[in-house]
Ligand binder design. Sequence first.
Ligand code: NAD
Length: 366
Amino acid sequence: MAVLLSDFKNLSMMKIAVLSGDGIGPEIVAQAVRVLDALKKDGLAVELEYGLIGGCAVDATGKPYPEATHRLASQADAVLLGAVGGPRYDTLPRHQRPERGLLAIRKELNLFANLRPALLYPELANASSLKYDVVAGLDIMIVRELTGDIYFGEPRGIEVRDGQRVGYNTMIYNESEIRRIAHVAFQAAAKRQGRLCSVDKMNVLECTQLWRDVVIEVAKEYPQVALSHMLVDNAAMQLVRNPKQFDVIVTGNMFGDILSDEASMLTGSIGMLPSASLDENNKGLYEPIHGSAPDIAGKDLANPLATILSAAMMLRYTFNQEEAAQRIESAVKKVLAQGFRTKDIDEPGMKPVGTKAMGDAVLAAM
Ligand code: NAD
């Protein structure tokens, strides 16, 4: 198992499945596609094909992850996704909810490793709700296991026992699931500052005692990485007390869900943060960490930078196009330095722009 270090294929034509989804999804994905198209003109061999996921897929087919989308995503080398969901779909039966589409594509493509960088651009340090000194220079990576844990564990359900309703779920990991995510995290740490913090709740939950035991076993293969452990409640506190103590954090699906959202807010805007979800062969699904933001959908207000940066992660992790990835990331840094701001990151004295104008600025900076 060597997701981050394995040899990359030299693909002649890289196939990207584009699933824009709902709400602001189509608006933000359109800007990332413009960036990919610009690189295409400069010789990047990518081919884009479009499909439906989430609420728009339910509208068209009755299913949030239709067969046709599964075929498209399975045949592609990578998937670029916007976001899914919206109030219109909240009353649908559970199996038809847009979020089920997301869980299904992650599971079906075996995307077990979710990488979420939380990087604070110096230009946006004032957007954080934490003091400048606490967050300035923040650069952490959260590696979250994505296909196991209580979100998928069986048995699960709501039923009547002794005359009253009972709800239950199962937190479960087997050792190979823990081992493969631990490898990804150790390799990520080895490429960064060489520090890995594994987060669990081993004082209460047996499942996470096993997590800790297996992570310690895997650590023997990475003597260059300093491993530490933290209980999840303490980790939630340390992330706001002194976030810069962390380099890479590895944790399970549910703890990772919560901690990665917390880490994202340290940086000021969820409109800035990309993510990658990888399988064992570097095939990946790339998406911004935020949702479909129905409150601002269709108003040209959404920040497209997280999606554009997700496209950069795709070029780096799935296609091994480091130069192209850096070209996008440098362009984003440049537009922030030039003062362009969508509403979510705006400050007095800056240049307010909408979704499309932010895309224009990134293209110009490239
Ligand atoms: P959200 O992330 O959509 O929005 C939270 C807040 O952040 C809103 O005020 C929104 O306007 C703002 N925001 C989000 N992205 C932004 C961007 N790019 N630019 C500017 N502002 C942005 O979370 P929510 O409101 O809790 O959920 C809305 C819908 O999205 C729900 O249906 C939820 O289930 C779904 N959702 C989907 C995903 C996903 O597709 N990965 C993730 C989370 C939530």
